[in-house]
Design a protein around this ligand. Structure first.
Ligand code: GDP
Length: 301
């Protein structure tokens, strides 16, 4: 919880402080009150439709429970937010019951994919697992180097080929290496260039099929990495990858860098895909399994 608290400081300072200020300052629950609350929630990227529903739920509760004092509404709002987020909780990853687990990471350049892979490698390694990384973004030489830097930092090997080579061939190599070395987890980086979406999707499809063919039930997870600071853009990216990439979960990065942590609620409401992990900083241990209750309580607790 304290990690969440720290990482969500910006959201707490802006969004939560405004909510708390509104609830304590306002004497009466009237139209102005609802309007201001609406504005604060939308400002935190909660999403317009969700905000409308939330406000309407609050109105109902006010009538039903005959609430007059705004401060009494605060716990109800907290509860509603937890409810809205339910189903997204905990960072349970689907793992192979025995043998190799393969996790594929997809997402647009710059969202924090490499960093997330590095952090997750560290997490698995600390659990005593043998981890390998696959440098599947062969499009950018810098991407391979960056993954290697993370590999060295964490102390895990990176399977790579020179830049420009076929990413599916890298994945084939990586899977063989993982099997030969008895690795427990293979974390696969992929390209995230947006200039040519069709090529990118084809490339991801090919990678997917190689992994599927070489390892039973793999990939065990296909995680889309999204940058929380990009708000609505993040949602659009998820829709773009959505049906084609066979996504099983989301990683929401840079929550520490935004005051608009409400994006988590919008994502939950608008997408069918669960948020499994969140990035709360740039360091190795700044990756946290997502838990809706912890999240809301870190904000309002
Ligand atoms: P990629 O292009 O998707 O692989 O993105 P990178 O992993 O290179 O990350 C892009 C930038 O975002 C880097 O400067 C990272 O340090 C930074 N970054 C990644 N995750 C987080 C996070 O959770 N919080 C913060 N503050 N920065 C992050």
């Amino acid at each position: 919880t304290s990690k969440f608290k720290e990482g969500l400081a910006k959201t707490r300072d802006v969004f939560v402080e405004r909510v708390e200020d509104l609830f304590s300052r306002t004497k009466k629950i009237d139209e102005d009150f609802y309007e201001e609350l609406e504005e604060i929630l939308i400002g935190a990227d909660v999403g317009v439709t969700t905000v409308m529903n939330l406000i309407s739920d609050l109105r109902t509760e006010v009538k039903k429970q005959k609430i007059e004092d705004p401060s009494q509404l605060q716990p109800i709002l907290t509860e509603k937010l937890v409810e809205l987020l339910s189903g997204t909780q905990n960072g349970t990853l689907n793992m192979a019951s025995s043998g190799l687990t393969v996790i594929l990471f997809v997402g647009v350049n710059g969202v924090g994919k490499t960093t997330t892979i590095g952090k997750m490698a560290h997490m698995f390694k600390s659990q005593g697992k043998k981890v390998l990384l696959a440098a599947g973004d062969t499009f950018r030489a810098a991407a391979i180097e960056q993954l290697e830097t993370w590999g060295q930092r964490v102390g895990v090997d990176v399977i790579k080929q020179q830049s420009g080579s076929d990413p599916a061939a890298v994945m084939f190599d990586a899977v063989q290496a993982a099997k030969n070395r008895g690795a427990d987890v293979l974390l696969c980086d992929t390209a995230g260039r947006l200039q040519n979406k069709i090529n990118l999707m084809e490339e991801l499809g090919k990678i997917y099929r190689v992994i599927q063919r070489e390892v039973p039930d793999a990939p065990h997870e296909t995680l889309l990495v999204l940058d929380a600071t990009t708000g609505q853009n993040a949602l659009n990216q998820a829709k773009m990858f959505g049906d084609k990439a066979g996504l099983t979960g989301l990683v929401l990065t840079k929550l520490d860098g935004t005051a608009k942590g409400g994006i988590v609620v919008a994502i939950r409401q608008e997408l069918e895909i669960p948020v499994k992990y969140v990035g709360l900083g740039e360091k190795m241990d700044d990756l946290q399994p997502f838990d809706s209750e912890q999240f809301v309580h870190a904000l309002f607790g």
